[in-house]
Structure formats: structure tokens, C-alpha cells
Design a protein around this ligand. Sequence first.
Ligand code: SAM
Length: 332
Amino acid sequence: MTALPNGAGLTDGFGRRIDYLRVSVTDRCDLRCTYCLPKGFKGFEEPAHWLTLDEMARLIGLFVGLGVAKVRLTGGEPLLRRNLADLARKITALPGLADLSLSTNATRLVQHAHELKAAGVGRLNVSLDTLDADCFARITGRDCLAQVLDGLLAAKQAGFAPIKLNAVVQAGVNEADIARLMEYSLTHGFVLRLIETMPIGDTGRQAAYVDVTALGERMAREYRLIPQLLGQGAGPARYWVSPDGGMSFGVITPMSRHFCAACNRVRLGVDGTLYLCLGQNDSVPLGALLRAGASDGELLAAIRAAIAVKPERHHFNETPDKIVRFMSQTGG
Ligand code: SAM
């Protein structure tokens, strides 16, 4: 894999350096969040079109060879994929990789936290929209808030840092629970981030959208937090911190204030489809090329060609009906 000597990393047609890959290791989930994947879990058998973990590791290795330094495992619910820690170990062994992280709903973290930490997963994002058990069951379709909170404590005990809590805010659903989530995050040293619903799939379009900037500013005032200035490549969230640095809180505003100009990422679906933008349909079937016998050189060329035509930005506001695929397919 002699990728970098031929050209310095991956830069798209708008001069953006692409150094972050998110990988959907399954398109299934054991929750049925109303704005995401209401049909949820479909069993443990792994369909033939899913890449094997070895095939995924090969593609991820090619991206890392092209200068991708950060990889996130996501889905669907990644902890439903068997032998995930094996994949994590393969990824962390890649020369050039700086950061392996995981997005999870935490329902299975009690069983997997220590193993994943030992396998080299560093940072953890956990979805948690509410601390009210009934509200949790209404949003996710499952009455398992206690299991999720146990999972979070197991992750803390295993030494993950930071642990970020991602709360998708919906009007009239969990808006009133944000203060409780703030308190809980403060108590445990978690970083709460409020997220705007995106019109992805029918379900995402029907969600009760809230512009979270104003809500974030109100929370920051209440907790006497100050805006944190972050440099280039810091990711899409805007943060506030306490003056002593002990508390951090953020908002992610893909709708009200998009961050596409600083986009540094692409996504790999469970079948190896490379998605160039969460909010556009442009994709390249890397998995199909791999299974057709493509060499590393041919796959590297396909990746470079794809990055060159990465779309400038999403059009969620202009054409909210455009993205029919589920978030779990693209890798949320
Ligand atoms: N199962 C994992 C989890 O719960 O984090 C990873 C996949 S999940 C699709 C990743 C994130 O996408 C979650 O934080 C979820 O809340 C968010 N998400 C899903 N659908 C969304 C939508 N329509 N708008 C905004 N965020 C969404």
C-alpha cells in the first residue's frame, strides 16, 4: 500500500483535506428511534452483501494509507456486529492511524466496554435524548434506559475519555429534558451535545425540528459557560466550557448553521458503498469493486477519483425530500 508518496493525502475539489472516515459496520439497530430507524433490529444473520470484517479492514487500510488519520465505527448499532473488537484491533494496528472512535446507543456497553477499550477504541459518542424512562421508551421503542445508563457507567469505568452524549432535540418530545441531561453530564464528566434533526429518510423528515443554537446559548448562560474557540479540523460542534475547563457542552447545527465548508469526512456503508456527503446521493461502490477482484492500486485510484468530486455541501434546507436512505445505511 504505497499510497501517500504519489500525492499528499486526499484533498477534494474545494480544497478540503479529507482525513476522517466513518464506517457503518451494520445497518441494523436494537432501538427504533422515531427520527432514525423505526423498523430497528432484524436479527443476527449477516447478509452476503455486507462486507466481512477483513474486507472492511482492507478498505480502511487503503484510506489510512491515503492520509486518513481518524476512523469512527458506527451504524446502525455497531455493538450488534459480531467480533467488532477484532476489527478495532486491525484498525489501530494501521500505521498512520491517530484516532479510533465509536458511536453507540450503549445498550450493550456493559458487555463490551472493557474489550473495546483494550482493542484501542479511544473516544466514545453515546446517543441519549432523555433521562425520563417513559420518554426514552417513546423515542426508542424500547424500555431500556437503565441498561443504557449502566452502559455509560461501564464505559466511564473502562476509562473512555471523553465520553460525549448526543441528544437529538425534538420539539414537544424531549426539549424539556435538556436541563436534566446537563446536570447528569456535569455529575459524570460527560460532554453533552445537542443535535438538530436532519431530514434523512421519511422518519427524519417527520421529526419535530428545533434550532438548537438558541437553546444552547440559554444553557450556556445558565451554567455560566464561555464559548470555546477551536481551530481548523475541530469537527462540526460548537462548544462552551466552564472557566475552570471542568465542564464542556456543545451544539451541532447541520440545519440552522451548516459546517460543510470545513467538512473533512466521508462514509463507508456496510456493503462498502462510499458516500461522499451525508446529505447528497453521490456514492461509489468500493465494496463491489473489491469483490470483483480490484487490486489495491485500482481501489486507491477509485478512492482518489471519488474524493475529487465530493459535493460542496448538503441541501437539506433547499431539498428536504432528497435523502431517502436511512442514517444507518450511510453511517450516522
Ligand atoms: N447506534 C449508534 C448511536 O446510537 O450513536 C450509531 C448510529 S446513529 C444513526 C448515530 C447518530 O445519528 C445518533 O446520535 C442519532 O441520534 C443520530 N441521528 C439519527 N437520525 C438522525 C436524524 N434524522 N437527524 C439527526 N441525527 C440523527
